[in-house]
Design a protein around this ligand. Sequence first.
Ligand code: ATP
Ligand code: MG
Length: 569
Amino acid sequence: MKMSEMFFTTLRETPSEAEIPSHQLMLRAGLMRKLASGIYNYLPLGKRVLKKVEEIVREEMDKTGAQEILASALLPAELWKETGRWNVFGPEMFKLKDRNEREFCLGPTHEEIFTDIVRNEIKSYKQLPFNLYQIQTKYRDEKRPRFGVMRSREFIMKDAYSFDKNWDGLDISYKKMYDAYCAIFDRCGLKYWVVDADTGAMGGKDSNEFMVPSDVGEAEVVYCDECGYAANVEKAPCVNRAIHAEDVEKEIKKVATPDVKTVDELMHFFNTTADRFVKTLIYSIDGKAVAVMLRGDREVNITKLQNLFKASDIEMADRNTVESVTGAEVGFAGPININVDVLVVDDEVAHMKNFIIGANETGYHYENVNYGRDFKADVVADIRNIEVGEPCPKCGKPINIARGIEVGHIFKLGTKYTEALGATYLDENGQEQPIIMGCYGIGINRTVAAIIEQHHDDRGIIWPMSVTPYHVIIVVASNYQPEQIQAAEKIHDELAARGIEVLLDDRDERAGVKFNDADLIGIPIRITVGKKISDGMVEFKRRDKAESIDIPINDIVNKVIDEINRELA
Ligand code: ATP
Ligand code: MG
């Protein structure tokens, strides 16, 4: 491909709306352009990368025996109403009506659709198991589209759904996908964790997310260097041990604390540390007033709380609700004489001694409070986030936490959709049974962005050979030297004839501009045809190395092919 003929422009300046490297570089390198918030058009270079990633996904899926289909993105409301998700999805779902006022949505995911396809075709155990997948555009009206294609409103997903006779079969189908995902992300050149993920309030058995370690990731991953445990913070259980176990239980005491409300103010007032306080937060969960108690310096884990209540709607209660359930100004909530529907106490609190709580009376706290003796909860449960240095839930050694980008997600769904939609089969005894399902997603565009996050420097992208838009870029140092142009074209044609994807930078630009663009767009191998051509030499340079070497023009094609094959092997 001659760059003089390619539809291609790079940007010198970093667009101000792009906050993270992958977003900045995808715009600067001309991979894509923004159309509207969270909506992008892919240009030739970007489209080639997407195709490479899709092809890796397709090959690895096909190897497992999964079969590709293509469902519509425009979906009738009825199926979503059958499973109840028409309302559950809420404002994230793009809803629309046709000319006859019939309701539709643009598919945010396809469990209902695949289950419907299967229920119409499958009658007998003899037709199971199988796995169907597609690579298709999804629509989600994300609350905060951001970071370019990392969280966009239109994106390409590979979604797969397995259908089995029983749970043992699902375990096998799931393992196949687990292994295929590892192969896919390995081939994409990504380092990743496979983490335990939340299975949600609705149940489901196992779930794993594939997380790419990155400071710009929106997920938090708990990991243990000692035993290899890794989990989403949403999921990781806390291991609580007795705190200040040596203390004897002292007598509870009411203390006047005028204008002392926040944990910081309390620490100052009582001249002690945050782990001596227990805060009481008021939530509204599916319309119920719920008080949640946890140590002063801890954070509520909304996912754990949501699962505990099998809740669909959780929010912090407003000031009026707080004042009416506590009978005090905000800042003095506590468990004694509180008027809530449910009092939940974090398990850690039950391990504490002689702590300080709000008294449900403006200007007062209690000290030397002990769980069980002074108050009791309706539920004691693990409802907080695990923190750095706490014991690993598996081996007890201190854990670490880092950020990650979720590129893939696999999930043992079970019968949630097949029961709701009546997707059943007749077993060996002629009994009707619900089909057992798994679902498996990969964000194709997000994977591209994650690859850039892990493979770039301050000059631009550094593509792994497996996903690069072109393997080689040939830079002609001076367009006014016919000898250079001719040699470059010859190398270009020979490489292309041998199946190598090659760009020829024959644009009427200074060599410096061409080098900068070659670095920016990240082509792994650069060949420069310059003055040394008169000695029969060209320059060979890898994008990921600083030095370049001179190679005889007659050897360059084989050198390039060896290099590429070595890397793709
Ligand atoms: P997240 O927690 O990041 O919102 P999700 O749990 O909603 O993701 P899934 O429903 O499991 O995502 O979708 C499967 C995959 O699709 C994700 O692992 C991710 O790679 C990708 N994906 C999901 N939402 C988006 C989005 N808004 N933009 C780009 N990719 C997305
Ligand atoms: Mg997910």
